[in-house]
Design a protein around this ligand. Sequence first.
Ligand SMILES: Cc1cc2nc3c(=O)[nH]c(=O)nc-3n(C[C@H](O)[C@H](O)[C@H](O)COP(=O)(O)OP(=O)(O)OC[C@H]3O[C@@H](n4cnc5c(N)ncnc54)[C@H](O)[C@@H]3O)c2cc1C
Length: 416
Amino acid sequence: MGLKRYSAFAIAKEAMSYHQNWERAWRSPAPKPKYDVVIVGAGGHGLATAYYLGKNFGITNVAIIEKGWLGGGNTGRNTTIIRSNYLQDPSAAIYEKARSLYETMSQDLNYNVMFSPRGLLMLGQTEHEVRGYKRTVYANNLQGVSTEWISPEKVKELVPIINIDGPRYPVLGALYQARGGTARHDAVAWGYARACSAMGMDVIQQTEVTGVRVEGGKVQGVETSKGFIGCDKLGMVVAGHASVLADLAGFRLPIESLALQALVSEPIKPCMDVVVMANTVHGYMSQSDKGEMVIGGGTDGFNNYTQRGSFHHVEETVRALIETFPMISRLKMLRQWGGIVDMTGDRSPILSKTPVDGIFVNCGWGTGGFKAIPGSGWAMAELMARGQSPLTEEFSMYRFREGKFIDESVAAGVAH
Ligand SMILES: Cc1cc2nc3c(=O)[nH]c(=O)nc-3n(C[C@H](O)[C@H](O)[C@H](O)COP(=O)(O)OP(=O)(O)OC[C@H]3O[C@@H](n4cnc5c(N)ncnc54)[C@H](O)[C@@H]3O)c2cc1C
């Protein structure tokens, strides 16, 4: 199998044959009758789980089954913000683990994921928000997460295009994480898929899981559009479809599925080299390497499975951002899309065993799970291999029954 390494030397060598002989980045095999582990969902979290099962635990008889295409769910639809400035200790631990893994991901996977720790600002625009963010800075300092509170003048210095004297909510300062930033979302999925394939795992696309076979309280395998595939352990990592999959296995999850949307402008010259989140007016923006302004909006106010989102959010988001960055009023918007996000009541994820022996679930990342992909995969792999992980202990699906919430909803206000 082996992984042919990408390198400057490889580019020079392939140039000799006019780049016609690059091997495929991953294989597209037919499913085997049985695997040690089946992961449902080839988004970032599913692929990262499989990758760390192989890398950290030597478990490589693994299939990752995807009903569409690699990263075609939320992983390929998000606005790629990476940060770890959460309030609660369990959140800070898993998100900072993820952020630190992003630092070396391109080298680890031998795949350029374009991690860009360009700095991230969450604007404080009300006294309430200022107090909340200052509290987060204190908490982060105790958790070993590097963040600081900065003045409006410093905000203006970092973001010259911002209007700090906004008509409704002037900028009172910002929660700043200097090593927060962005990465190329598709590349994260592709990099993990390539590494999984090289370890001998089967990435099976265009195959929908339509049933889960359980006998005597233990998982036996999954029914798919390509027939039955057996497994000893099953990881359900399907974001907005988490409750659909759980239903197939006969249990319920405290998840609501909603459309969250984003849009991009026409490409323009570089004008903003940080990520800015304006949570009170609600909008966030960064500039892609192509020059497009990447803009994130809100979730629909009602549950749905569309990958579209309602129009009024586009209007509200653009209005909020024009208030914050008046120059964008002159930009044309090129594309708008949505993804189905999986929301829990406390806005924290679920990485958990389930009532069915051998089935594990990873979901609930809601509007903010791209940043968590490597940390989540690392922790989920440990949970599946060993039956427990220090990073997942608090994120059990039973915490809602037990009242042990990890409440990030009020702390973050918004969670992207
Ligand atoms: C518009 C938008 C903006 C966002 N912005 C950010 C951001 O800036 N920063 C951030 O950190 N997060 C952000 N997020 C959230 C982030 O995208 C998600 O939390 C993360 O990508 C979830 O990854 P995943 O692997 O769990 O899910 P997905 O990438 O959705 O993967 C799940 C996969 O499961 C597959 N699947 C579902 N059902 C089945 C089935 N029955 N059989 C087989 N396969 C199945 C789906 O096709 C899908 O590919 C945003 C999300 C959206 C929609």
